[in-house]
Design a protein around this ligand. Structure first.
Ligand code: PEP
Ligand code: MN
Length: 338
């Protein structure tokens, strides 16, 4: 952390910064310039310290963080890639993983049909929301416990591991009974009580990026899971809010290589919520593979015209099968298999 003192700051003001740093167990390097004094704070945990601790002191002009606020998710802490194993599927390894299925679980027939379709086309994990955090409280909120029971039944019957969203910290254990991977939705990325509960459960988890959050905030949120000893963390880029409105969200493809450099965690991409329209999904999915993602989370519905949620962005069975074939050569080109 670098503290720039105001021009003309008194020696007593500089001393109070130094005293504060020492009381926090930090080392101090003083640069007494002719106009300005700069104080560099040294210590392993400066990334986790609030800049306000120093910004409030008299005579301080600015406080700049040098260390990243996230720690456990960073490559500095762990050099080798993390892989997450669920029901025989490895996420983050050489094989590219496709998770697919409907936005929401609607009925046994719909889920069973979706599962058969995505499995036949080569997906290895089934998605489907039982709890749906919707923008409006008057929209369909999911089948909840009934949806969980359907997921468990279809998992048994079709033999695909399941990923589904959990929205409440008190429901982690019940959702985990029917799910191989818990999903934290974009709106809950910074729900720290929920993250801590999932962290304690040690259950595999997909942490979706908050649509208004930076990569640094995302990795710092991942630290909440890792700090509880849950190492089964998968990140999911799903588009962020920008001024652009021709897609539902702006898929941040750049975040994939950024994450790969900054973190050891696997990263997958949800092109469906970014696109908002099924026509746009294949191009975004292909871009994700090419950019080095470890997998995809795609919405597929047996009959999108009848979907209760997100029908416009859901691929139909033919579109999904075609996309899977189109992804294979791209995966090969970047040294992966599907
Ligand atoms: C979803 O995956 O169905 C979903 C609601 O996604 P997000 O949290 O990214 O909006
Ligand atoms: Mn959806």
């Amino acid at each position: 952390m670098i503290i720039e003192m105001k021009t003309g700051a008194s020696r007593a003001e500089v001393d109070s910064v130094v005293q504060k740093a020492k009381s926090l167990g930090l080392g101090v390097q003083l640069n007494l310039g002719t106009d300005k004094t700069v104080v560099a704070l040294l210590g392993g945990h400066t990334g986790q310290l609030a800049t306000d601790l120093f910004a409030v002191l008299p005579g301080v002009e600015s406080v700049t963080r040098i260390m990243k606020p996230y720690k456990l998710s960073s490559r500095e802490v762990k050099k080798q890639n993390t892989t997450v194993n669920v029901g025989g599927v490895e996420i983050g390894g050489n094989k590219f993983v496709v998770m697919a299925g409907p936005c929401a679980v609607e009925s046994e027939t719909q889920l069973m049909e979706a599962a058969r379709i995505v499995k036949a086309a080569g997906a290895t994990i089934l998605r489907g929301g039982a709890f749906k955090p919707r923008t409006s409280p008057f929209s369909f909120q999911g089948l909840e416990e009934v949806g969980l029971a359907l997921l468990a039944r279809v998992r048994e019957e079709i033999g695909l591991p399941v990923v589904t969203e959990v929205v409440d910290s008190h429901e982690v254990a019940i959702v985990a009974k029917s799910a191989d991977i818990l999903q934290v939705g974009s709106r809950n990325m910074q729900n720290y009580t929920l993250l801590t509960s999932i962290g304690k459960s040690k259950w595999p988890v997909v942490l979706k990026r908050g649509f208004s959050c930076t990569v640094t905030e995302w990795l710092t949120a991942a630290d909440y899971l890792l700090a509880e000893g849950n190492n089964n963390v998968i990140l999911c880029e799903r588009g962020i809010r920008t001024f652009e409105d021709t897609t539902r969200f702006s898929l941040d493809i750049g975040a994939i290589p950024v994450i790969k450099k900054a973190s050891h965690l696997p990263v997958i991409v949800d092109p469906s919520h970014a696109a908002g329209h099924h026509d746009l999904v294949p191009a975004l999915a292909k871009a994700a593979v090419a950019a080095g993602a470890d997998g995809l989370l795609i919405e597929v519905h047996p009959n999108p015209a009848e979907a209760l949620v997100d029908g416009l962005q859901s691929l139909n069975p033919v579109e999904f099968a075609r996309l899977m074939e189109e992804l294979r050569p791209i995966a090969r080109a970047v040294g992966r298999t599907i």
